[in-house]
Design a protein around this ligand. Structure first.
Ligand SMILES: NC(=O)c1ccc[n+]([C@@H]2O[C@H](COP(=O)([O-])OP(=O)(O)OC[C@H]3O[C@@H](n4cnc5c(N)ncnc54)[C@H](OP(=O)(O)O)[C@@H]3O)[C@@H](O)[C@H]2O)c1
Length: 334
């Protein structure tokens, strides 16, 4: 699909599709959900919607506890029965992520839903304290590590409840706008991640953000076969173009937002829809609250090679840089 077609299709669904909240009869009594990046924006609205459907316990996974507490206060007003906890999580710190996941493994008797939603967009090159480019670190490596470390409580819960738990990753349709060459033919003989970490690969603007969302989709597709969908349904989604603080550093997007954007709550409907409904969505990408077939590069033979390479490189980075993380089972080939 050409970039122009991608753009027209995005404008079309933004103007014509009306995102729907969860139906009232969906009840989450007894369940526990973890939502990352839930102090503001789509994560906050998704957390709020899950709580309003009778969720027993909600873990707001945030990097700034004060902002998390403010979000908790707002949600608690509408869902006083829900046990809302603010847990610290910084996806730019291996230590923070490993500690967070260990806490989930040891303190939570069940984890029914994990919504890996935290993300950032930067128009200029920035490096995370881990040494990786910021999108690579937060949007890809952080999401990937949490998806592996939270496997244990998700599977354990499925065995207790005899129904699949859910692991949902917030991607974006901008994945299809990403410059494929950067992942297919990284320069300088480098691997995909080493090339994307290299300032020489960074084109000022949104291209690294788009690439990081492409990595989210590849990662979901690589991850899904490592789970039995009877235990954990893994999927990813496009929430559409939404008002949030996300576009604050991107004046061009802010301008378009006025005409096209959905509210954060409407964007969040896509997150909760993917995380609660669609039992047939294992490994799938959802957009406009429907499973969408993935054609083109991602599903091509070349795309499969990139996917495998990305998996191998990601596992290698985690083993090297986050020795605290026990990801042994994921080091074996499927
Ligand atoms: N808005 C859109 O139009 C749109 C479209 C497609 C996809 N998305 C995706 O939707 C997700 C949420 O975006 P949003 O629009 O809700 O943006 P947002 O309002 O900026 O929220 C992003 C959230 O991620 C958190 N976060 C950022 N870096 C983090 C880190 N290193 N560790 C932990 N948390 C971190 C932020 O925390 P702080 O508040 O502390 O910064 C915030 O809670 C992102 O994955 C984004 O790519 C958004």
């Amino acid at each position: 699909m050409s970039q122009l077609w991608n753009f027209i299709s995005m404008v079309w669904y933004q103007l014509t599709f009306k995102p729907q909240p969860l139906p009232d009869d969906i009840r989450l009594e007894g369940q526990t959900a973890i939502v990352t990046g839930s102090n503001v924006g789509l994560g906050f609205e998704a957390a709020r919607e899950l709580a309003s459907h009778g969720l027993a316990r909600l873990i707001l996974a945030v990097r700034d506890p004060a902002k998390g507490e403010a979000a908790k206060t707002k949600i608690a007003r509408e869902a006083p029965e829900c046990d809302i906890q603010v847990w610290s999580l910084d996806q730019e710190s291996w230590d923070s992520m490993a500690t967070f996941a260990e806490r989930a493994r040891t303190e939570l008797d069940r984890v029914d839903i994990v919504l890996l939603n935290a993300g950032l967009k930067r128009l200029e090159y920035t490096r995370s304290p881990t040494g990786h480019e910021a999108h690579v670190q937060t949007n890809h490596l952080g999401t990937a590590l949490l998806s592996l470390l939270l496997a244990e409580p998700l599977r354990r819960t499925a065995r207790q409840t005899r129904k699949p738990s859910r692991l949902t990753i917030t991607a974006s349709s901008v994945a299809f706008w990403a410059p494929i060459n950067d992942v297919q033919k990284p320069k300088g003989g480098k691997g995909i991640l080493a090339w994307l970490d290299d300032p020489a690969s960074f084109v000022p603007g949104v291209s690294h953000y788009c690439l990081s969302k492409l990595l989210d989709i590849f990662w979901t597709r690589a991850l899904a076969p490592r789970f039995d969908p009877k235990e954990v349904i893994v999927n990813t989604l496009n929430p559409g173009w939404c008002e949030s603080s996300f576009h604050r550093a991107d004046p061009q997007s802010e301008r378009f937002s006025k005409y096209l954007a959905w509210s954060s709550a409407q964007g969040a409907y896509h997150l909760t829809d993917a995380a609660v409904r669609h039992p047939d969505s294992h490994g799938a990408y959802l957009s406009e609250q429907r499973i969408r077939p993935i054609s083109g590069f991602i599903s091509s033979a070349e795309g499969q090679k990139v996917q495998q390479k990305l998996w191998d490189e990601t596992i290698a980075v985690i083993l090297e840089e986050c020795p605290k993380a026990n990801i042994e089972e994921f080091t074996k080939s499927t």
